[in-house]
Design a protein around this ligand. Sequence first.
Ligand code: ZN
Length: 391
Amino acid sequence: MEVLEACNNVGQQIDAALSNFATTYKEGERKIEEATEILLSIKRDFEQKQEVNAKESQLGVSRVKECLSQLSKQHKRIQKSLSNIEKKIEANFQRGCGVSIFPPILPDSEKLLNQAICLHLLRNGFVESGVEFSRESGLERDDRIQEACKLTEIQGKLKENHLDAAIAWAQGHHQELLEKNSDLEFKLHQMKFIQILSQGSQWQNEAIAYAKNHFPLFSDRHKTEIAKVMGILPFIKRGVHNSPYGHFFDPVLWTEINQLFNRTAAEVLGFSVESPLSTSINVGVMALPVFEKFQKTMAEMKIQWDITSDTEMPIEIDTDGRNYHSVFSCPILKQQSSPSNPPMRLPCGHAMSLDAIKQTLAYYSGSFRGSAKCPYCKMLFEKSQVTELHF
Ligand SMILES: [Zn+2]
C-alpha cells in the first residue's frame, strides 16, 4: 500500500509535467510563428522599400525580443516541472533500491555485465546497438560477442527465408550436431529442396541436383524423410498444393525451422535459451526486496553474513517456480558440492562429488592399478578420464 501511494504521488507530478509540456508546446509554437512573421516582414520591408521606417522596424525587433523572453520563461517552467518529478521520486522512494546491498560477488563482474548487456542486445535483434556497445565497452574482440554477432546475422537472414548462411553454419558444425543427435542440418537441406521446388516445375532439375548433392550424407538417419520429400516430384507439374505432399509447403515450416535453428545454435555455442540479462533482472526484481528486508533484519540483530562465502542462502526467495541456484548433492556421500569438492563426471556419464571419486579410487587401488569401477554401472574408469561438471 505504501508503495502504491508513493507511485501515485510521483504519477501525479508526471501528469502535471506532461500537461505542462502540451500547453507550453502549443504556446511556444505560436510565439515562434509570431517572431518569424515579424522578422520576415522586416526583411520584406528592407528588400522592397526604398526607405525603411526605423521606428517601425525597431518596434518589430522589440516584439521579437519579447517573444524570445516568453519562450525562455516557458522553457524554465518545463525544467521546473521536471525537477519536481525528481524531487517527488527522492521524497517517496528514499528507502528504495539505491541502497548498495552487496559487494560484487564475481571477480571481473563488470566484463560479465557488459557481456550480458551486449548479448542481450544482439539476441533481441538490436544488432547496431549491440555492435556499438561491444566497441565502447572494449568487447569487440571478445570471442563470445563475435560468435553472437555472426549468429544474429544468420538468424536475420533465415527470418527472411534465406537459407544459405544457416546451411553453411550447420555444415561447419556438422560433427557437433551429430553428437547432439540434432536434425538441424538435414532439415535445412530439406527446406532448401522444398524452396527450390516451390518456384515452379521449371526448377525441378535444379531441385533434383540439390537433393543428389546433399541428401546422401543423411541417407542412413533420414531415409524415410528423404523418400517422403522426394515424393513431391511426380506432382510438381500438376500443382503440389493439392497433392498429398501439400503440407511441405505450409508456411509454418519456416517458423519451425527458425525455432529449431535458434534453439540448436544456442545449445551448440553454449548460449542460454533465455537472455541472461532478462533472467537476472526478472529474478532480481523478485529477490531484491527480500534481500533488503533480510539485510535490515541482520543489521538490527547485529549478525554478520557474508554473501561472498559459498554457504547457502539462509532465506527462501520465491522466484516464481524457477530455480536459479543450481545445487549438486553427491548421490554417494549425500553431501552438497563445494568449490573444494565439486561435482565430477565419469566417462560412463554418471556424476558424483570429487570426494566420492577419491574414495572409490582408494577402494579399488589394490585391484585395478589406478582404475576403479563406477558405483552405478560398474564401468571401469581412470582418474584422468574424470572431468569437473559445471552447472
Ligand atoms: Zn557409471
